[in-house]
Design a protein around this ligand. Structure first.
Ligand code: MN
Length: 321
């Protein structure tokens, strides 16, 4: 365990499949190589072995997309509760190696807020993860604000994770290339645009003014937003826009992770925009394998104190681990 230098490693966007939730997924969501599906369902030897081999001490587990976002409200509530209970049971068997983010039944926003609270207070979960759209709506829609209200009350973050873009967007922007380049629609671009849009909309909605202590986490080095913060801020300051300190709000309310984006230039840009205290290590297992992530951090030209923050210190603080 730990890196070659003996630094503790906490990875916070690491996925699994709940048996009952994954049984509901469509072919498009459940597609992908068998090696990934095998690892999503593995809650035992293989997962631990691959953590040990790479030097990962702790995985903060979350369901893989789309989790329980795209179900009818009743099914979503029942499956979220069941999945969170099963996840809590698993984490309790090895609490030194695992922690968890709650799956929220967003199709019933009030129940989602209540389930968030139940998972934190009863199961000791460290936040909640939301995957893409619910009923075709982004999470900044006012009907979902009870979730932000509860995040503030609990002092726990909301991780905004990609899922498949809206069907109309897939049709208009991606469909000609999906057969030859399925990654263009997903992790290669479509997920990024979708999730960056969700992040921008959260800032524009004003929900963070209403609940000023809420912290949002974006994966994949902030879904490109650190690179674009200056321009977004500048464009929103032009005449015709409602006054909005976009860059300040983003920098005060968002943390980002390294999931699936082990790029020196992207990290450098993110450190310059957000500061090292807002950047957390993660892999995106098993869509991305563990060793390239840990090896990248080991070889990175960054002082050990800042590396410690990224590898574990910031997670301990933000997630109260
Ligand atoms: Mn992921």
């Amino acid at each position: 365990m730990t890196t070659k230098r003996g630094q503790q490693v906490i990875a916070i966007e690491e996925h699994y499949w709940d048996v009952e939730v994954s049984a509901q997924l469509t072919t498009a969501d459940a597609g992908g190589p068998n090696a990934i599906q095998e690892r999503l369902l593995d809650m035992g030897e293989l997962r631990i072995k691959e953590m040990d081999e790479a030097g990962i001490d702790v995985q903060v587990l979350s369901h893989a997309p789309p989790a329980t976002q795209r179900m009818d409200p009743e099914t979503s509530v029942a499956l979220s509760i069941g999945a969170n209970d099963r996840l809590a049971e698993f984490v309790s068997t090895q609490p030194d190696r695992f922690a968890a983010f709650a799956a929220l039944p967003t199709p019933d926003p009030k129940a989602a807020a209540d389930e968030f609270e139940r998972c934190v207070t009863q199961h000791g979960f460290k936040g909640a993860m939301i995957h893409g759209l619910t009923d075709g709506l982004f999470i900044d829609d006012q009907r979902y604000w009870p979730i932000f209200e509860r995040a503030q009350a609990l002092g726990m973050p909301l991780y905004i994770h990609p899922a498949m873009p809206h069907p109309a967007v897939v049709d208009a922007y991606y469909k000609e290339y999906v057969e030859d380049f399925p990654g263009f629609l997903t992790a290669g671009w479509g997920f990024t645009v979708e999730t960056a849009t969700a992040g921008i909309r959260i800032v524009l909605s004003g929900v963070l003014d209403k609940y000023p202590d809420v912290q949002i986490i974006l994966g994949h080095m902030g879904e490109g937003l650190p690179f674009l913060l200056w321009r977004i801020d500048s464009a929103l300051a032009r005449p015709g826009n409602k006054p909005m300190a976009f860059r300040d709000v983003f920098s005060e309310h968002f943390h980002i992770t390294t999931s699936g984006n082990f790029s020196d230039p992207a990290l450098l840009c993110s450190i310059q925009e957000l500061g090292v205290d807002r950047i957390l290590f993660s892999v995106d297992y098993p869509f991305v394998m563990n060793p390239p992530g840990v090896e990248w951090m080991e070889d990175l030209h960054l002082n050990n104190e800042d590396k410690d923050k990224i590898l574990s210190g910031n997670a301990k603080r933000l997630l109260k681990l």
